[in-house]
Design a protein around this ligand. Sequence first.
Ligand code: SAM
Ligand code: SF4
Length: 311
Amino acid sequence: MKDSYQREITYLRLSVTDLCNLRCRYCMPAEGVVKKQHSEICSVEELVEMAAAAADCGVTKVRLTGGEPLVRRGILEICRGIRALPGVRELCLTTNGTLLPELAAPLREAGVDRLNVSLDTLRPDRYAYMTRRGELSQVLQGLEAAEQAGFSNTKVNVVLMAGFNDDEIGDFVALTERYPLEVRFIELMPIGEADKGYLPGDTVLERCPGLVPVEASGVARRWRLPGGRGLVGLIEPMSHRFCGSCDRIRITADGRLKPCLHSSQEIPLRGLHGEELRRAIREGAAAKPERHHMAEEGRSQAGRDMNEIGG
Ligand code: SAM
Ligand code: SF4
């Protein structure tokens, strides 16, 4: 399926809940979100049906996200259902990692191929502050559980924030020397709760001049430490706009297709089935804007917080 700028759309990010067990300061308000009625959120069957229709239209990679996907009741059923779809070659999941100690092995058995674990600091006090309630040790145990469950190529997502974790860039990069992880630094985007602390991805290269470039992967520029086991990636939606290589669509937990993370346009999918559903998905992909306008507008036009869209 192609959009109107001839980009091939093969990647679906599917949000399975807007709820979360953490309250990261740049993502969610301190009081959390008003819990939606059960009926407002897509059922397991609806989520699998939407993923199936997207796969019929040419999607080959699905990422489950949220909110925190691991707090979603039925998450294993959702994984199994999507992994069984003939067109889906890769099923990934983005998580804060806190529930991986219990869930890494069942997720692997349910067919999840790869994990991205979000971790913005390696210091327990900072982690508790930024997440307003999390414990760093749970995430570290979660990473270990993921490795033991047989996950490889796990990525660690670090949102770069001036005055919060920029003094830890070297510590995160050093992790890639010892562990076969890809540490991905992500530029903070002006969306939802995020207002201050933006730092360009190039800061990582200035602080770590020893990094050697390797091939890019999707929207990530990548490097490695000489002799290191892992990789360092930069996701730079602000300073190196990568919209030209965007291959993704998003579906929110309440069943609305977002052609672009940063546009307010949404296409309701609930209640559609078969060819009607596939047509709506193709129309949504075709409606992708050429690029986002965060630099000009100063804010994302997403119209929702990140926990509702899934990043
Ligand atoms: N709860 C899961 C997690 O934290 O990985 C999945 C959902 S979370 C919204 C997905 C990703 O979006 C996380 O890596 C998070 O750090 C990132 N994120 C949230 N708000 C952001 C912002 N304003 N700018 C950049 N990344 C953001
Ligand atoms: Fe929850 Fe992920 Fe948002 Fe943090 S970034 S509050 S873990 S959804």
